[in-house]
Design a protein around this ligand. Structure first.
Ligand SMILES: Cc1ncc(C[n+]2csc(CCOP(=O)(O)OP(=O)(O)O)c2C)c(N)n1
Length: 519
């Protein structure tokens, strides 16, 4: 069988292609962005950049209702946005296989937090598979579709940056045929209203035994015996780390959740010490502490609770090194924080904003967040996507004048629109600056609805931000070119000084995209 060197993201995408998906949805976010990009580039399967993760999940769920298979991918914090449909979809169940591929980011290389999606899977009571390398990522994704249809639930593939952004050999397989698309109606199981909920919840609880049976039958968690009385429980990628360092100790490799407690109990029964290795929060370790008196991991303080474990901290446990290799290197490597590009329109906009001297600037998530860094120091807070406008409303509600919110075009469409309507409805006095560079620049220039191109580069209706903001009831909407600093400054100053909700759209394509479009 042919093998290719592939990114983990490509391996998951290939698994979904081979599983016979009929649709793929996503909203970009590191480290998961390239999953959809691989599908678009390497197949003719229908695929979309959705406007946010909630919408992406719901569209994929709709595909599943027709009996067809769908993949939905996103970064970990995207699941916070999609958590409403995600949680209840477990109650309703699925028809065609529905797989949610989530990219977690331990170490927060490109994220606003380090949350661990395995807890979401446990919370929603759905199966979760955690691959340790690219080959497993592909195979588990395929398997996840089968499991999804067998148990009638969405299945999560939880992976992390280190796996998703590394190359490893992956065998190319055959593509399964698509499921037929049919209309199916079953109100009691498809409509989440109070009179159905208890029954739906009961059904979900009854599925838990079946999930465990499947996990056991497929031997997704495996014991590798060894002679020592010190054993390792290694989840996902950490299995590869242990194998690289010492193949002789007893190892329990965990690749599937919910946890198989019998297997774990059995594995630890003859051990004097158990070391738990897991990227993210200590989910397995927490359970294990009730099953064994000598557990080492993050809760015990033997491994760090924050940041990526990586092979470094595991080596500390193996051979008692005082410092990790990365800590050694820190003495030699200069930090290289990301900066706004030369010629970036955001930078020019910030110069005008700073000159207008707002009292407080709420930031959002995108390239423009880099305006928080010196020398600009242009924003005062950044929380999560879409929060700039609502935070500004909250601050202004307490009598603070001249408050500005800064948000990108993708983020505005993602979750900014309801906040604008809220500001208008609740009589805020704020300035909203939409930095429209017509792309999701931060994650690699995916198109936004403002650009009028789909994920496949096909022409579609372009969303007119000016008309949209007008329709939302903004008191004034002005479009400026951020390269025209004087006009931009005048517009900002006038808006900051007058009551009501004012929108300034600073429109100019991202400098890198403009170059790409020219070449
Ligand atoms: C909930 C969530 N989804 C996805 C991301 C990844 N992400 C970071 S910034 C960004 C959008 C940036 O686009 P835009 O607002 O247009 O700003 P630009 O980078 O183009 O300046 C995305 C999708 C995230 N941080 N949080």
């Amino acid at each position: 069988m042919k093998k290719n060197l592939m990114l983990g993201t490509s391996a998951i995408a290939l698994g979904a292609i081979e599983a016979g998906i009929s649709y793929a949805t996503s909203y970009p976010g590191t480290p998961a962005t390239q999953i959809l990009e691989y599908i678009v580039t390497n197949s003719n399967i229908k695929a979309e950049w959705s406007v946010n993760e909630k919408v992406a999940y719901e569209v994929a769920y709709g595909v599943s209702l027709t009996g067809r298979r769908a993949l939905c991918s996103m970064k970990h914090v995207g699941l916070n946005v999609a958590s409403d449909p995600f949680m209840t979809s477990a109650y309703l169940g699925v028809r065609g296989g529905l797989v949610l591929a989530v990219g977690d980011d331990p170490g927060a290389y490109s994220s606003q937090n380090e949350q661990d999606s395995r807890f979401y899977a446990t919370f929603a009571k759905i199966p979760c598979l955690e691959p340790s390398d690219g080959q497993e990522a592909k195979e588990m994704t395929k398997l996840a579709f089968d499991i999804s249809e067998e148990v009638g639930l969405p299945v999560m593939i939880r992976s992390i940056t280190r796996l998703l952004h590394c190359f490893s050999p992956v065998k190319i397989g055959k593509r399964r045929k698509e499921n037929p698309s049919t209309i199916y109606k079953n109100p009691e199981n498809m409509i989440a209203v109070p009179k159905h909920v208890i029954n739906l919840h009961k059904k979900l609880n009854e599925k838990q035994l079946k999930i465990l049976e499947i996990i056991k039958k497929l031997k997704l968690n495996r014991v590798f015996p060894g002679k020592s009385k010190r054993g390792f429980i290694a989840c996902g990628i950490t299995y590869q780390y242990v194998m690289e360092l010492n193949k002789k100790m007893p190892i329990l490799k965990i690749s599937a959740y919910p946890l198989d407690e019998d297997l774990i109990k059995n594995f630890v029964s003859n051990l004097e010490e158990v070391i738990v290795l897991e990227e993210g929060y200590p989910l397995v370790e927490k359970l294990l502490r009730a099953l064994h008196p000598n557990v080492k991991g993050k809760i015990s303080g033997d491994l760090p609770l924050e940041g990526e474990l990586g092979i470094d901290s595991i080596m500390k446990i193996f051979n008692g090194r005082e410092k990790t290799f990365s800590e050694d290197l820190k003495d030699y490597l200069l930090p290289r924080p990301p900066v706004l590009c030369l010629g970036c329109p955001h930078r020019e906009f910030y110069k005008a904003l700073i000159k207008a001297e707002p009292n407080f600037v709420t930031g959002d998530i995108g390239c423009y967040t880099l305006g928080a860094n010196p020398p600009l120091n242009a924003i005062d807070t950044c929380l999560c996507m879409g929060a700039s406008i609502s935070k500004a409303s909250g601050i202004a509600s307490q009598g603070i004048k001249r408050v500005a919110a800064v948000i990108g075009d993708s983020t505005f469409i993602h979750t900014g629109i309801p906040a604008l309507i809220n500001a208008v409805y609740n009589k805020s006095n704020i300035l909203i600056c939409i930095l429209d560079n017509s792309s999701v620049a931060m994650t690699g220039h995916q198109p936004t609805p403002v650009l009028g191109l789909t994920a496949r580069g096909e022409q579609t209706k372009a969303i007119d931000l000016y008309q949209l903001c007008k329709a939302c009831g903004a008191d004034s909407v002005e479009v400026v070119d951020p390269y025209d600093k004087e006009k931009t400054y005048e517009a900002i100053k006038a808006a900051l000084d007058s009551p009501g909700v004012h929108v300034i759209i600073a429109k100019r394509p991202c400098i890198l995209m403009a170059k790409k479009l020219k070449s």
